[in-house]
Design a protein around this ligand. Sequence first.
Ligand SMILES: Cc1cc2nc3c(=O)[nH]c(=O)nc-3n(C[C@H](O)[C@H](O)[C@H](O)COP(=O)(O)O)c2cc1C
Ligand code: SF4
Length: 385
Amino acid sequence: MTHEKGNNAKINSYEHAFQPCEIGPVTLANRIAFPAWQLNYANTDGTVSEKLMKFYTDLARGGCGLIFTGAAVVTSDGIPFDRVMRVDSDRFIPGLSHLFSAIKEFGSKAAIQLVHYGRQSSTAVSGDVLMAPSAIPCPVMSQYDPEYKVREMTAEDISHLKDSFVAAAKRAAEAGVDVVEVHACHGYMLNEFLSPYSNKRTDNYGGSPENRARLIVEIIREIREELGGQVAVCLRISGHEFVEGGLVPEDFRELLPLFEEAGIDMINVAAGVYQSMERIVPPKSLGLTPHADIAATIKSFSSVPVCAVGSILSLAAAEAMLANGTADLTAMGRAQMADPFMVKKAAEGNDEEIRKCIHCNSCTFWTTGDPEVYCAVNPDYGKPV
Ligand SMILES: Cc1cc2nc3c(=O)[nH]c(=O)nc-3n(C[C@H](O)[C@H](O)[C@H](O)COP(=O)(O)O)c2cc1C
Ligand code: SF4
């Protein structure tokens, strides 16, 4: 997507991708994001490691406009991996501050994704009886974990969880983050509340769409009240859960205005839950940009910027989606894992130097049995030995 000028200088033609983008109080230099990846690169105590620092600063040096760090857990219970980023105590603030400063030094904006894993965790790994809106086992995790146990949350649990999300957002803001993302996709806790597939409660937090959305709305509203315009607030949803009885894009016609009224500045549209795992990190068999229609439908209901994701493996594909109005931003995970310097190379007209993702999904370490993320084509993040 470059052409030669008279003096042979290369001119880039990703005109939509390289437009600035406003997310509430934050202005991004371009419309390429790196979506949250639980890399399992943190230190075992949940603090930011040297490897995490390198990973995210590579992306920032590589020109990515918005870098979602995390997911970072908001409480210490139900953590399914041994090297997850944490933000459940003030002791994590110095490391996060160091990380966000490094990202921002290169002109990128720093985001953090806040998570509770809910029922999609492991009792064997976490040592905890898992909590969820309803005591319905995750059909996937309960198969692999012989000790799997889940219980329905009490009103006190819900109130504590809400406070934990808000406290985590405040810590991230204190550490200098630009964007706080509330993780309500892929079948984790807040997605479990939102979805009739996993939420069978009969109190104020279950039943109607408004009730299922209530916890997310309360969390967003409180973050907004606490932090005002200090940060942008983003919500990540599964726009389609691809399970029987689960959420579909049309549901967001009613849900999205509730989140907008609560104060979100951006909606990030992912897909899938554990039972439809192939939608979380879509494999080659699903083709390129398989979820573009989901983002486009949700954008038609939205008055805040929409981010699309899912096998957007080239800047040309991102540019096309931005140009045709599918979304306002494009998140590119595997493409930038394969080459964290992709944006910069394209901006300088050196597309031919971009190392391409081969869509092999070796990076999904939970399916390969590897201890952390590695990439089949990026030697800087090679297979652990
Ligand atoms: C190793 C790995 C870890 C992931 N961790 C998270 C996560 O913590 N939170 C989240 O919302 N999505 C997570 N995802 C999903 C990605 O954010 C993204 O939606 C997915 O990679 C599809 O985008 P892509 O096709 O550009 O790679 C993860 C994906 C991978 C491959
Ligand atoms: S491991 Fe494979 S799918 Fe994952 S980023 Fe690398 S090349 Fe792409």
